[in-house]
Ligand binder design. Structure first.
Ligand code: ADP
Ligand code: MG
Length: 728
């Protein structure tokens, strides 16, 4: 084996799985259904778990009530229908010590899957049916199919038995997959280690070939863990390297517009620039944190490379004004700015506040523009009529419009800028991954002869540091870690009973009577859209007749005509309406400082991040504020979410809880799912490994090690075109 030259892992992707000895057409099709088409797919198809054969419970030891993993050989299978018409497959397994009956309801395929002689691994709770121990619908893996057993006792099953994910509907057993993996590994021969040997050894990692064998055929636990660490590290390092190289690319080749922006100190007096005048007219002064991050942003704008900055700040920390100041700086230097937001309500709000803050301020080069007045801010959103839309597009193309605010409509092809200087994305976590990619291209794509605009990404979703590194390792980060002075923590109550809810409605009444405002958020409906709107209309009518009778109540939902919705928002803002009944359209960004109560119905249906955002609609002034979470919650995660929310208003703490409860795939969006990026690595469990990969990537880029052909080939495993990241 060792006389074979080591091959880069990626080359195994060129070998079709059907080239393996035991894979014919039918097997090939089944494997394809598991996403396995090449030998590379196969060797990276890691076991879901391992069973330690020395630790399994024997069947005569398990008692009713135990939650256990047992293995056994299928002895008898029978299938019938129950009196209620449900399909029932019953299987008896034995392990020499005793036997156990397993009942599968509504899983008719089990009859084909579990044939006599197959060895199965079963995880579930033992119950008692008419005096007999049995299990109902347990998690079941076929370790060795009956046909495999006939082919001879599998020799490869050591002490730790790998359990491969397989679909119940396929006839493939975990053992068969394992046997194919082993054949693939044997035929592949030694696999090249793409990283410099010093890096691997200084991090105490095993080499790649060893790791690939040991993850599939571990001798013992330690063996398997070392393998996992190595392979997880590789996944993280690939990602971090791509990010670090992208960053280098921008620094080397980005044609920043930034150096044309005059360096300035925030709030500096005298020069009368737009930023100073904008800040001077606010009713408050910037917090220390706002000043610091604005300083960082203005420094970026004055630097010769384009800015790539993530501005993180908890909900209500005052990101808008910082972004507005940055836009003002860019406009002051003769460039255009674009502000992209996830909802139309938010677009309207930003449009209004930008027009209020900047609309009447004159740029210092106004003379050169023929004495043009003020900063021209326009909206680009789905609701615009054709004529208005054309006018805005024309203004952007000629440079008449300085700032455009819009939803994802901004991403459409027809939007052309005269001199786009900066793109700001607000509430970026609400944008889909695909939209993010388009924006990144629009904002960053270095087409010949064009300039890269600066990019500022705002998010309130506090991403834990490890996740931020994995997702935004190529962005600089500014953090607003302080709320404006005088904010009082929002008193949060979980009110599961009608009596407790009554207190919430009393609070709504007393606050509205005192001149403040309240939101009532309607339950989330799974189907969303029209159904949600209908629910909101009904709830609005119900509340107006019952709990909130006599108050001035408005309603907004996503299916309303835009003009009507804007009018309601305006009435609420101005205080003509005391209560706003709303669907989640108010989830992000909406800023009505006089609102002090938010009542969230059926709160358990909302995600933790979403609840935190909704709660952030209040507590935006120096008034005390309240948040009421109504409704009972199913035991488990739903309750833990509500409890966490009651316990803290700190978004970072909540993000950690969220990551723990849901896992990173769900938290970070689809990026990590369905892609080969992270199969083993976990951002929660492997926080330390993420850090190590981050530093290793930086070092490799700094020392030039990243430009080695092996590294380049390795990054192709990410499945993106990475050629442009390299020097030659
Ligand atoms: P977010 O960071 O959630 O986007 P906003 O920018 O909407 O927060 O700001 C929340 C509220 O705080 C707004 O009403 C805003 O006018 C106000 N605000 C922003 N900065 C300050 C400050 N330095 N002092 C007092 N209030 C501020
Ligand atoms: Mg905001």
């Amino acid at each position: 084996m060792s006389d074979l030259p080591a091959r880069p892992l990626g080359r195994l992707g060129d070998v079709e799985i059907t080239r393996l000895r035991r894979v014919g057409e039918r097997r090939g099709a089944e494997l394809a259904e598991l996403g396995l088409r090449t030998v590379l797919d196969l060797v990276q198809y890691y076991p879901r778990t391992y069973v330690d054969r020395s630790r399994r419970a024997a069947l005569d030891e398990v008692a009713v009530g135990d939650q256990v993993t047992v293995t056994g050989e299928v002895q008898r299978v029978s299938a019938r229908r129950t009196r209620q018409g449900r399909s029932l497959v019953q299987v008896v397994i034995g392990d020499g010590s005793a036997s156990l009956t397993i009942s599968y309801f509504n899983q008719p395929w089990r009859e084909r899957q579990l044939t006599a002689g197959a060895q199965v691994l079963v995880f579930g709770t033992v119950d008692d049916y008419r005096g007999t121990r049995q299990m109902t619908n347990p998690v079941t893996d076929v370790l060795v199919g009956s046909q495999d057993a006939e082919a001879g006792t599998p020799s490869r099953v050591g002490r730790l038995v790998p359990v491969y994910p397989t679909s119940e509907k396929l006839s493939l057993s975990s053992w068969e997959i394992g046997a194919l993996v082993e054949e693939a590994l044997r035929r592949a021969g030694p696999v090249l280690d793409p990283w410099p040997a010093e890096v691997v050894s200084s991090l105490g990692l095993v080499d790649r070939s060893t790791a690939l064998w040991a993850i599939h055929v571990p001798r013992d636990q330690a063996d398997q863990q070392a393998a996992r660490e190595r392979l997880a590290f590789d996944e993280l390092l690939r990602l971090q390297l791509a990010l670090a190289l992208r960053r280098r690319q921008v620094e080397l080749f980005g044609h920043g517009v930034a150096h044309r922006v005059t360096p300035r100190a925030p709030g500096s007096e005298g020069d009368g620039d737009l930023v100073s005048r904008l800040l001077a007219r606010q009713a408050f002064v910037l917090t220390q944190a706002q000043q610091r991050v604005l300083r960082e942003i203005l420094d970026d704008l004055a630097a010769p490379v384009p800015m790539h900055r993530l501005l993180q700040g908890d909900v209500g920390s005052g990101k808008t004004l910082v972004a507005t100041a940055a836009l003002a700086a860019v406009v002051d230097d003769g460039f255009q700015g674009a502000l992209m937001v996830p909802t139309e309500i938010l677009a309207e709000q930003h449009l209004a506040s930008l027009q209020r803050d900047l609309g009447d301020l004159t740029r210092h080069d106004a003379g050169a523009l023929g004495g043009r007045r003020g900063v021209e801010v326009r909206l680009l959103a789905g609701r615009l009529g054709a004529a208005a839309r054309r006018a805005t597009l024309a203004g952007l193309a000629t440079g008449q419009v300085d700032i455009v605010v819009g939803t994802h409509a901004l991403l459409s092809e027809s939007v052309q800028f005269h001199r786009l200087g900066m793109v700001v994305i607000d509430e970026q976590h609400r944008f889909g991954v695909d939209q993010r990619a388009v924006l990144r291209d629009k904002a960053w794509g270095s087409q010949e002869g064009t300039v890269d605009p600066d990019l500022l990404v705002l998010t309130a979703t506090p991403i834990p540091r490890t996740a931020a590194l994995a997702l935004f390792g190529d962005l600089d980060r500014s953090v607003i870690d302080e709320l404006p002075a005088g904010r009082v923590a929002i008193a949060t109550t979980w009110a599961p009973t009608p009596q407790a809810a009554a207190a919430a409605w009393r609070r709504v009444r007393s606050e509205v009577a005192a001149g403040r405002r309240a939101y009532v958020v309607c339950p989330l409906v799974e189907e969303g859209g029209k159904v949600e709107a209908t629910g909101a209309v009904a709830e609005f009518a119900r509340l107006a007749e019952s709990e909130l009778a006599g108050l001035d109540i408005g309603l907004v939902h996503g299916q309303m005509p835009a003009a009507q919705r804007d009018a309601v928002m305006e009435d609420f803002r101005a205080g003509r309406l005391g209560v706003l009944v709303a669907t989640v359209v108010v989830e992000v960004g909406v800023d009505v400082p006089d609102a002090t109560v938010i009542v969230i119905e059926d709160a358990w249906r909302f995600g933790l991040a979403q609840l935190h955002q909704l709660r952030g609609r209040v507590g935006r002034s120096t008034w005390p504020s309240w948040c009421y979470l109504l409704g009972e919650a199913p035991a488990g995660d739903s309750q833990r979410r509500l409890e966490a929310l009651v316990a803290t208003t700190d978004g970072f703490a909540l993000a950690e809880v969220d990551l723990e409860l849901r896992g990173e795939g769900a938290v970070l969006g689809s990026r990590q799912r369905g892609r080969s990026d992270l199969r083993l690595a976990s951002l929660v469990r492997d926080a330390a490994l993420v850090e190590r990969a981050h530093h290793a990537a930086r070092d490799l880029v700094a020392t030039g090690g990243a430009d080695a052909p092996a590294v380049r080939e390795e990054l192709e495993l990410l499945g993106e075109d990475v050629a442009y990241l390299f020097k030659s």
